[in-house]
Write a new protein. Structure first.
Length: 70
């Protein structure tokens, strides 16, 4: 159950971070360079890194909360 929840948190976080970073890179490219293009590599990298890190931190926080209650 914990692994499934951590994976679900990671996938959801990855999706949100991926979409946001792709949109931000597109808008930056449009404003700074005059042509809109997505930086897919950075969006994927950032999504993976933050997906893993934030889901790990959230699982750790849940575990600490459960230990405090018991």
């Amino acid at each position: 159950m914990r692994i499934a929840q951590a994976l679900l948190d990671g996938v959801i976080t990855f999706a949100i971070v991926f979409v946001v970073s792709a949109v931000v890179s597109y808008i930056y490219s449009l404003i700074a360079h005059g042509d809109g293009w997505f930086d897919w590599a950075t969006a994927i990298r950032l999504g993976i890194i933050l997906g893993v890190t934030l889901s790990y931190l959230q699982a750790r926080q849940r575990r600490a909360k459960q230990d405090k209650e018991n």
